[in-house]
Write a protein that binds this ligand. Structure first.
Ligand code: C2E
Ligand code: CA
Ligand code: CA
Length: 417
């Protein structure tokens, strides 16, 4: 199919009446258009349903994608009112692209592929029942946000690169309590980003993007280095107080970091530099890490052989936690806060939490429960035989200066009702 014959009134302008088709999805286009006057609707048809992608107005261009890469039109265009359009021939576009730097034309093609993907995304989104239930204005807003998501991600990615250069990341520490003694046993290192524009940013906002790009690799080394350095500082202060306490440091490691061939060597170099025994470093991994492939699993095993401890984080939230436990002997199991926080909301959650702890005990894996927010959580978990606890009840994650006050302090007072 070729685009419908247009009604020309001069060499390169065309006039369409309200309701006229400009081109149809699936046709082969040899021109694109700039809207001089009027409004044009771009839409697709899904299961014979008309799905609007966008409405364009004066000064906007459309139909350029299939001219550039020669593929069929991925949407239809229709005049929403009487329109005057400037026609841009394929020759006009292709000669410009051919004349451009090969990298530029490569980039254009990549961008086009992304645009097509976005349109396909928008189609799926449009046909979702949730969207159809919304008023038109709200659903358009959702679609716009969805289309802007890749751009927002790219923006965040460059901000993160900049943040790493400008040293805007911080290490916060959350104490982990030995539930049998009430003493601090160690800390979990948690990243924070102090962004001049966004304020203090929690990792949920940026870890995903850092993981999708290779940024998690330098960021991961940064937190390992910083938390080792801070562990040494804390141990020195403990020794200066004449106390005999050995703390561990838990560090979150993403699957992507294990893919880095130099990971284990670099990790060993860092701990050696700070003279830390690997057994005092716990690497917190998730089911996702073990799922990332045999390479990650092997590196995790090699870390363990070198003496590092492995904690399985977010236990119970994935699909196949049991399967991994069968094949892989971790050192600790972390009961996800999703089980702990709502523990008293229903019996089922409490039964499940208890079952996870019993299971871990059977495997000889000490458990760490996160999300302990109340003394009731603390007492219930102690009773279930959970070994370690972490949560807002004891402390939120805090910077090093605030961590010092926990040394030598006890949380035993939470034991008694
Ligand atoms: P996570 O590893 O599950 O870390 C525990 C999260 O639970 C932390 O959130 C902590 O602040 C929060 N939390 C602790 N106690 C409580 C509580 O009593 N109640 C509630 N509601 N929340 C509690 P945070 O610091 O925002 O970190 C979020 C996630 O970001 C972490 O989840 C971890 O997956 C990731 N993350 C943080 N730092 C790093 C890092 O250095 N590397 C990697 N790869 N991921 C990191
Ligand atoms: Ca963790
Ligand atoms: Ca967790």
């Amino acid at each position: 199919m070729v685009d419908k014959e247009q009604k020309s009134n001069s060499q390169n302008t065309e006039v369409f009446q309200n309701g006229d088709m400009i081109f149809e999805e699936g046709s082969f286009g040899d021109c694109s258009y700039i809207i001089e006057k009027g409004r044009v609707e771009i839409y697709v048809t899904i299961d014979q349903e008309h799905v609007r992608l966008k409405i364009l107005g004066t000064g906007e261009i459309f139909g350029e994608m299939s001219v550039i890469d020669g593929s069929p039109r991925s949407a239809s265009a229709r005049a929403l009112e009487d329109c005057e359009l400037t026609v841009i021939s394929s020759a006009q576009i292709s000669e410009r692209i051919e004349d451009s730097d090969p990298i530029v034309s490569l980039l254009i093609n990549i961008l086009l592929q992304r645009m097509r993907l976005l349109n396909r995304h928008a189609k799926q989104l449009e046909s979702s029942p949730i969207l159809q239930a919304l008023p038109e204005e709200e659903s358009q807003k959702l679609i716009d946000e969805h289309q802007n998501e890749p751009l927002a991600k790219m923006r965040l990615e460059s901000e993160l690169k900049d943040a790493l250069k400008k040293n805007q990341f911080l290490a916060y520490y959350q104490p982990i309590i030995d539930l049998s003694t009430g003493q601090i046993a160690g800390f979990e290192a948690l990243l924070r980003w102090e962004s001049p524009q966004r304020g203090m940013v929690r990792p949920d906002v940026f870890i995903g993007v850092a993981e999708e790009t290779s940024l998690i690799i330098p960021l991961g080394y940064w937190i390992i280095e910083r938390s080792c350095q801070d562990l040494v500082t804390l141990q020195r202060e403990i020794a200066a107080q004449g106390l005999d306490i050995q703390l561990f440091m838990s560090i979150n490691i993403s699957g992507r970091q294990f893919q880095d061939k130099a990971f284990l060597d670099n990790l060993c170099k860092i701990v050696q530099r700070y003279n830390i025994a690997p057994r005092n470093i716990k690497l917190e991994i998730t089911e996702g890490t073990l799922m990332a492939g045999i390479r990650s699993t092997r590196v995790v095993e090699r870390c363990q052989q070198r003496g590092f401890k492995i904690a399985l984080d977010d236990f119970g939230t994935g699909y196949s936690s049991m399967g991994y436990l069968m094949r892989f002997a971790v050192d600790n199991i972390k009961v996800d806060k999703g089980f702990v926080i709502p523990m008293f909301e229903n019996d089922r959650t409490r039964v499940l939490t208890n079952a996870i702890i019993q299971l871990a005990q059977g495997l000889d894996n000490p458990t760490i429960a996160e999300g302990i927010e109340t003394p009731e959580h603390h007492r219930a978990l102690r009773k279930m035989g959970c070994d370690y606890g972490q949560g807002y009840l004891y402390s939120r994650p805090v910077p090093l200066e605030k961590v010092r006050r926990f040394i030598g302090s006890s949380f035993r007072h939470f034991d008694a009702p």
